[in-house]
Ligand binder design. Structure first.
Ligand code: ADP
Ligand code: MG
Length: 700
């Protein structure tokens, strides 16, 4: 079937059915591995490598080692135990190992009984009666085979598979594409760049990875540090970086609402505040003002640790926009947080005669309708709410700015919907994203290169770091006493019961239980409960009471994770802290330490604590620095988790791994700049080669 005319299409677009022996059914199976073109096969890289280039003497085998062995068959019998299995005793220079098969047929058994020799490739495990290999790949031999018959000349690449495709099959397909198409893979990095960065040519890298030689460094290949893997990983990271950078460049050509900076609202608010801005806040405001002065749509990430004061920075932006005659949308991930923004903005805006609309999914229909009407008519200049704000039925008269708080909770989908919402004619609204989960630079280079970033790297004066202790929940009584004492002296505390179960309902139940127990244990304290299943009114009411000091101890699920601001609360207890991510713990802990008192956080855990959990909790104990915590989180959990995109599967890289390959990132940046100078026409080709969902990126 490889009969398409040579010039008809390039192999990067040639369907797999153009390969000999690949029909529609096979092509469909391959599509499940995201393999659609012949070039996709070329770039389908081994997940690992196996060494069958040499025999390992049985006496050298260790538990857990994967190896190729050859030995004499000493015996072959069926063992009846918990599970019936066929045991083949193998010996080699006096050392022994057993091959164990749980699945076998009579024919296999006979063949083994009639053979003298056997070679196996598999993992040796220490069983109850010595070393074993369960279901290795094996071959029985009548006579002692020649070593060269058993060993392969090269390391064996092992590819990701899917049902219905054998390893041998995919290997064969890849080898055939390698032979026919490799020469046509375009080298997109010119020689100067390769020389300067010391990366190997692409074709060479692909050849090595698909057909490694015995002398290739197996341990480097296993750790993905082999120069061939690094070359490909670098190109992939480069492609993502370039894709985002390109979006940023294109945005420069978009028209944006024109915002002037000589309004009175912001200076008035600034004057009325009981504090002055920190230098870092002032810098962030300046950055935004500079964005407004240029006439392209701003897309700025304001990142800064919990409590650094991002809200007032957003207010500065909002007031400039309102003063210029446009509307502002402020969007928060939870009802509670949106509610808090509402309170802040209402207090700030009322004296300035600016109207704030409040939208929540839980509003009665009539109120919702009224709020929407006020947004549509332009009567309200600022609209605050959760996702509900951006449902299809909400229309703005002239939206000029979108503020997204705590971006890491929003997926790209929401960012997309948001942007579509704001587009009025040719104008694209300005966007400000606020995040308390700082994105390490390494990540942002590859995932957020389209954003401008302002860092608020300073907390308002007088904040003291929260003292953190890690305690097993066997010391619960002691901890309760601590709460009792703190509250008796007029302080307030949070007691957080995070997800024991995934479901909201079960979480709520656990928290309810705890609240009842604590209420009984802590005589004289006013204990209240708040969780995600409660009606919004009730939640508001409880938060209001906590804020005013009527409630001493607030038992909560992780609904209070983001943004809640009650300065008098200075003690935070977190149960089952070992189950939470570092970023989440940091967010929770950030709820305290906002007032004048020295604040404390108790991380309770369920013993025994695994090693990784211990390390993670230790990090929480040792540092209050959100950037450092985010860096560790990235290492423990990967970028998807950190950015809240785990479920959607976006940001998936084929070869590169942002944590493992961090060291490549400076080279990625350098290479991007060199490409600009030397061959800008290759940029789009590199993006096309690696970024399948470019369309999605392009719209964000
Ligand atoms: P976050 O960055 O976590 O969203 P907020 O904007 O909620 O922080 O601010 C946290 C608290 O700090 C609020 O009570 C706010 O009024 C206060 N705050 C903000 N900026 C300053 C400042 N420059 N000086 C003193 N307090 C400030
Ligand atoms: Mg906030």
């Amino acid at each position: 079937m490889a009969s398409s005319p040579p010039s008809a299409s390039k192999p990067e677009t040639l369907a797999l059915t153009s390969l000999h022996g690949v029909g529609k059914a096979m092509a469909d199976k391959l599509a499940r591995l995201n393999l659609e073109t012949r070039f996709d096969l070329l770039f389908h890289l081994p997940a690992r490598f196996e060494d069958r280039t040499r025999l390992t003497p049985i006496h050298q085998l260790r538990h857990g080692q994967k190896a190729l062995i050859l030995g004499v068959i000493e015996g072959c019998q069926i063992q009846f135990g918990r599970r019936r299995s066929l045991i083949v005793q193998i010996s080699d220079q006096g050392a022994r190992i057993a091959m164990r098969l749980f699945y076998f047929n009579a024919q296999q058994q006979r063949a083994l009984e009639n053979s003298q020799w056997i070679s196996c490739f598999g993992e040796a495990r220490q069983g109850a009666s010595g070393l074993e290999m369960a279901h290795p790949e094996y071959r029985a031999h009548a006579l002692e085979p020649d070593e060269s018959e058993i060993t392969s000349d090269a390391l064996t690449p092992v590819y990701p598979l899917t049902e219905g495709i054998t390893h041998a099959r995919i290997r064969k397909l890849i080898l055939s594409v390698l032979a026919s198409d490799l020469k046509q893979v375009e080298e997109l990095l010119p020689t100067d760049i390769l020389n300067a960065t010391q990366f190997m040519p692409l074709a060479e890298a692909l050849q090595i990875l698909h057909t490694p030689k015995p002398e290739d460094d197996l341990s480097a290949l296993a750790e993905f540090t082999h120069p061939a893997q690094q070359r490909l990983a670098m190109e992939e990271l480069l492609a993502h970086h370039l894709a985002l950078r390109d979006i940023k460049l294109k945005r420069a050509g978009d028209a944006a609402p024109s915002i002037h900076l000589n309004g009175v609202a912001w200076p008035k608010l600034l004057q009325s505040l009981p504090f002055s801005l920190t230098a870092a806040q002032a810098r962030a405001v300046k950055d935004i003002e500079a964005d407004f002065k240029s006439d392209r749509p701003a897309l700025r990430l304001i990142q800064g640790d919990v409590g650094c004061g991002k809200t007032i920075v957003a207010a500065a932006a909002a007031l400039h926009v309102v003063d210029s005659g446009f509307q502002v949308a402020i969007m928060a991930p939870t009802e509670l947080l949106a509610e808090q923004h509402r309170r802040n903005f209402m207090a700030w805006c009322e004296p300035l005669n600016i109207k704030v609309a409040w939208l929540s999914s839980r509003l009665p229909a009539a109120e919702k309708r009224a709020a929407k009407a006020a947004i549509e008519s332009g009567e309200c200049q600022i609209a605050i709410g959760t996702h509900a704000l951006f449902q299809a039925s909400v229309n703005f008269k002239n939206l000029g700015l979108i503020v997204v708080d705590e971006q890491h909770r929003f997926g790209v989908d929401q960012r997309l919907a948001l942007k579509a919402k704001g587009q009025t004619g040719a104008q694209i609204p300005h966007q400000i994203i606020m995040s308390a989960t700082p994105i390490p630079r390494s990540l942002s280079m590859v995932y957020y290169a389209d954003l401008d970033v302002s860092n608020i790297d300073e907390l308002p004066p007088g904040r003291k770091p929260v003292t953190t202790v890690v305690l097993p929940n066997t010391r619960r009584e002691e901890i309760q006493q601590r709460v009792q004492v703190a509250c008796a002296s007029g302080k307030q505390a949070y007691w957080v019961c995070p997800l024991i179960e995934e479901s909201d309902a079960l979480q709520a139940e656990a928290a309810t239980d705890t609240a009842i127990k604590l209420s009984a244990a802590l005589a004289g304290l006013k204990v209240e409960l708040i969780h995600g299943k409660m009606k919004a009114d009730l939640k508001d009411d409880i938060m209001q009471k906590f804020r005013s000091g009527e409630i001493d101890l607030l038992v909560a699920t992780t609904v209070i994770e983001v943004g809640v601001d009650v300065p008098n609360a200075s003690l935070m207890i977190i149960e089952n802290s070992e189950r939470l991510g570092l970023a989440q713990l940091h967010q929770l802990r950030g709820r305290v330490g906002r007032g004048d008192d020295q604040a404390a956080c108790v991380l309770m855990y369920q013993s025994p604590l695994g090693q990784t959990s211990r390390r993670r909790l230790d990090i929480m104990r040792q540092t209050n620095d959100g950037f450092e915590i985010a860096r560790h989180d990235l290492e423990f959990r990967g970028p998807g988790e950190l950015m809240g995109t785990r479920q959607t599967g976006e940001h998936q890289l084929k070869i590169a791994n942002i944590v493992r390959d961090q060291a490549l990132l400076p080279l990625v940046e350098k290479t991007a700049k060199m490409l600009d100078e030397k061959c800008p026409d290759h940029i789009e080709k590199i993006v096309d080669r690696w970024v399948k969902h470019k369309a999605q990126y392009a719209e964000v």
